[in-house]
Design a protein around this ligand. Structure first.
Ligand code: GLY
Length: 344
């Protein structure tokens, strides 16, 4: 088991990779705990949950709504949870986002910790303290930063994921390799069979590498005023694609990373070899679905995205594998590049 610490100015968060999730009981207070999960996770693991009240939300993005936060807060009040209470989230990105946000606002903030059950949340979403809900279809418009006290990443839990859900997480892992830890790319290239078979040891190593890199970024820039933006590699186009197509997050991000990689090549920041290496890896893991979005639509969707500042967008390019580069790019230039890519 690896214990990775994320230290920010006012919190310490311990991410335990390779730990058995049942060990969570030892990390909880004796009383005042409420477990928040979704129905799918409850059906798989509910029988072994620690003996505390459980609140189930609907699985999926539809639960990332302020209305859901209100309903959950009312349930906490009814259970008598006071300021000494503790929320344990057991689930993937949506459950952790919702539970973390609830913990940050309920009675002006109570303690929380997560058991992270999907690859996507283990390598990215559940670490780093971002919480939030969507406004209509625009993602994470209402949210804040609150670091959970702990996150358990038990890679044996990844065995129950559908192939689509598992590979969606693979895209965020590839992202970390591209922007930070190049050894992740090498491992994914050389160990395809083991990765597809969800080898526990190998996955624990990959998740730990990803968390370590993210921890180093979040420790330097928790509130995303600069460096943390690199974690959005592929997300500018990715969020737009996700809004338009019924893709799981990781697949949309993979298509966004393809565009960001080609844009980097187009600008002369990387050579053809690097460009092909990145795109071939995503093809190998079957992450690049086809989509049909016009440049006008992609422009509108990007400008709706919260990362817009004026008409300039902080866009994450790469100068090589492991070397991200943030540049402010006029929206028109992004759309012009996309037009060329789509040969419109
Ligand atoms: N998922 C990007 C971040 O945590 O900043």
């Amino acid at each position: 088991m690896e214990r990775i610490i994320i230290k920010t100015p006012d919190s310490i968060s311990a991410i335990m990779v390779g730990a058995r999730w049942e060990a969570v009981t030892r990390l909880l207070p004796e009383s005042g705990v409420v477990i928040i999960t979704d129905k799918n996770v409850f059906n798989l693991y509910g029988k072994s949950f620690p003996d505390f009240p459980v609140i189930k939300i609907e699985p999926g993005e539809e639960s990332k709504k302020l209305r859901v936060i209100e309903t959950l807060a009312a349930k906490l009040l009814k259970l008598g949870i006071d300021r000494s209470g503790f929320i344990l989230a057991v689930g993937g990105g949506v459950v952790c986002d919702v539970a973390g946000f609830l913990a940050s606002v309920y009675l002006r903030g109570i303690r929380c910790g997560y058991v992270s059950t999907t690859l996507l949340s283990q390598v990215d979403a559940s670490t780093g303290g971002k919480n939030g809900v969507n406004l209509d279809r625009i993602k994470n418009v209402i949210g804040n930063f609150k670091q959970p006290e702990f996150v358990i990443c038990d890679t044996t839990m990844l065995r129950t994921l559908s192939d689509e859900e598992y590979l969606s997480g693979m895209a965020e892992l590839i992202k970390t390799g591209i922007i930070g830890d190049a050894s992740i790319i090498e491992i994914l290239e050389k160990n395809y069979a083991k990765v597809i078979l969800r080898d526990r040891k190998l996955l624990s190593e990959l998740v730990a590498r990803s968390v370590k890199f993210k921890a180093s970024v979040v420790a330097k820039d928790e509130k995303e005023s600069g460096l943390r933006r690199i974690l959005n590699f592929g997300h500018t186009f990715g969020h737009a694609i996700e809004l338009h197509e019924a893709f799981k997050h990781g697949y949309a991000v993979a298509s966004g990373m393809e565009l960001a990689t080609l844009f980097s090549y187009n600008k002369g920041l990387i050579d053809r070899k690097v460009c092909n290496r990145v795109i071939n890896l995503m093809k190998k893991y079957n992450l690049l679905n086809s989509y049909n979005i016009s440049s006008d639509t992609i422009g509108e969707l990007i400008l709706h995205d919260k990362k817009k500042s004026g008409d300039n967008i902080h866009f994450v390019f790469i100068e090589g594998i492991g070397t991200p580069e943030i540049r402010k790019v006029p929206a028109g230039e992004l759309i012009g590049f996309y037009k060329k890519f789509k040969k419109e």
